[in-house]
Write a protein that binds this ligand. Structure first.
Ligand code: SAH
Length: 230
């Protein structure tokens, strides 16, 4: 099977590339894609650059050009739920765009007419992740992840997102990637390790924990790929 693994930043993808052995490099649509064989699968790996637009381009190219049949996102996020500490893993049950606002026309926050408020993730991959977490002895949370083109470093904004979308974590790419997968009918899995808690200290925490948290997520996603059956 051809499986896509994507992140947003170089730091999220480096720990994947370091562990897959030899790979080929392809330049396309303003980005670099890496392909290799791993655990009896063909992998296409890339980081998109930050935000909803670049991540949607990369996910689309992975599906349309490289033939990805499943897509796994690995990266870091700001924690909302009090249960999530820095370094903890959360997989998205569903994802929304917290910065979409057409409320002036009476639509709910995050809703785009003819779209869905929440983009789903794949049940099978989530249940596989649950089994892997038990086997690895790691705690794996699940919940709604809210995505927007903003680095959130304010308690006020974080609390608004929590209340409006019942979200447990927030970041800048997951919902756009899940939306691409939803529209192409490709099973999607979004995993994030917490790098900060989206409050006043988020920038300092992010800089301090990006690398280690990205590694936690990458390690788990590679384990997922090993256990996905054709
Ligand atoms: N330091 C980077 C910018 C990082 S933006 C630079 O200067 O280039 C934050 C990235 O991590 C995004 O890809 C997003 O998905 C995730 N993220 C982690 N914490 C976040 C937060 N508090 N708010 C929004 N995104 C966050």
């Amino acid at each position: 099977m051809t499986i896509a693994i994507m992140g947003a930043m170089r730091e999220e993808i480096e720990p994947i590339l370091e562990n897959v052995g030899e790979y080929q490099t392809h330049e396309y649509a303003g980005n670099v894609f890496y392909t290799c064989s791993y655990a009896e699968h063909n992998l296409v790996i890339a980081y998109s650059k930050i935000g909803k637009v670049f991540s949607a381009i990369t996910a689309t190219v992975m599906i349309e050009r490289f033939g990805a049949q499943k897509l796994l996102f690995s990266g870091v996020a700001g924690g909302i739920s009090d249960e999530l500490a820095i370094g903890d893993l959360i997989m998205a049950t569903q994802l929304c765009q917290h910065d979409v606002d057409i409320t002036a026309f009476g639509h709910p926050d995050g809703f785009i007419p003819e779209g869905t408020l929440m983009a789903p993730t794949d049940d099978e991959m989530r249940s596989l992740a649950g089994e892997i977490a038990i086997d690895m002895g790691v705690e794996l949370y699940e919940g709604i992840i809210a995505t927007g083109d903003q680095f959130v470093a304010s308690l006020e904004r974080k609390n608004w997102i929590a209340k409006t979308f019942n979200a447990d974590a927030l970041e800048m790419e997951g919902a756009s990637v899940a939306c691409v997968c939803q529209n192409f009918g490709i099973p999607c899995f979004v995993l994030r390790a917490i790098s900060d808690t989206a409050n006043g200290g988020a920038v300092e925490d992010f800089d301090a924990f990006l690398k280690t948290s990205a590694q936690v997520s990458a390690r788990f996603v590679l384990e997922m790929v090993k256990r996905i059956e054709d």
